[in-house]
Write a protein that binds this ligand. Sequence first.
Ligand SMILES: O=C(O)CCC(=O)C(=O)O
Ligand SMILES: [Fe+2]
Length: 344
Amino acid sequence: MSLPIIDIAPYLGDNHDVDARNATSEALHSACLKFGFFYLDISKYVDPAVPEELTTLAREFFALPQEEKDKLSLSNKDHARGYARLKENVTNGKADNHEGLDFYRPVEEPDKSRPLWGENQFPDQVPGFREKYEAWVDKMKALGLIVMEAMAVGLGMTPDEWQDLRGQVDDSFWVMRAIGYPPLPNDSDGFSCGAHKDYGCLTFLYADPTPSALQVFLQQSAGTISPDTTGLPAEQGAQEGIWINADPIPGCVVCNIGEMWEIWTNGLYKSTLHRVVHRSSNYRISVPFFFEPNFSAHVQPLAAAKRIQEAAGSVAEKKSIVYGDFLMAKVGNNFAGDKGKYDK
Ligand SMILES: O=C(O)CCC(=O)C(=O)O
Ligand SMILES: [Fe+2]
């Protein structure tokens, strides 16, 4: 089984081929119902050399001496923006075998004593890093809005409903991350990155060509498969399913939906567990961009999702949150120093 490849080209520029747009939107709808994960073909949107360069810059940063990297430590600032050492992040109670550098949407009045509210820390030691990453963030923010519009059509939203949803994501509190993965030792009982769901809206993941690293958990009913539930978070332990590889495909980013889409669709779209198990001998780099709602967005079930559920006769579970509060609860975990960003 492999994840679908969806071309975003029909939604780019002045291309208004309605049939092609609808085909993209329907493919997004069905991928979100079934997998919560898909490949997004962005080859008409960006030159593949651009994200590849980001991995080169990240590789240069992670190759610096430890004391140089530590100058950008998360603990200098707000415990969210900056560099986390190998094994500093913990998922499901185990240290992740990666190091990382995180950037968030800048805030108007930075205050490093407040969780999340500090300034980004760019590695001046790596020439071009800041400029290239900032340019990518702009490109991915615009892509976020494009994909959101295509998804709104797929969900059957009216133009007015889309405008309302757009108002919740048009000042995205985005996150850009560069992650470095040394090989996971064979005798390790942990993971390169433990199983988790992304908590936001849309993740656009570009990674170097290393195969067999990112794995996606597909739920399957008992009896049809031999289940592999190792490494699942405790609350998911009873699920049965299989892990499939989501290897990079040239011209594509791996895209997955986060927990905000579960809330917007009242559980119709599921945010899917994934993990990284990188056992080959190279040093792997990935550069995920997280397109998130606005900090003040009030995220609640959308009428379009409820229409689909009512037509199917299913009873709705309702949940609503303010994105900033939800994020603070996650990142506050980092601040307290006892839990990782994906732990509940
Ligand atoms: O490195 C990867 O392939 C995935 C990273 C990831 O899932 C995350 O940072 O949320
Ligand atoms: Fe993730």
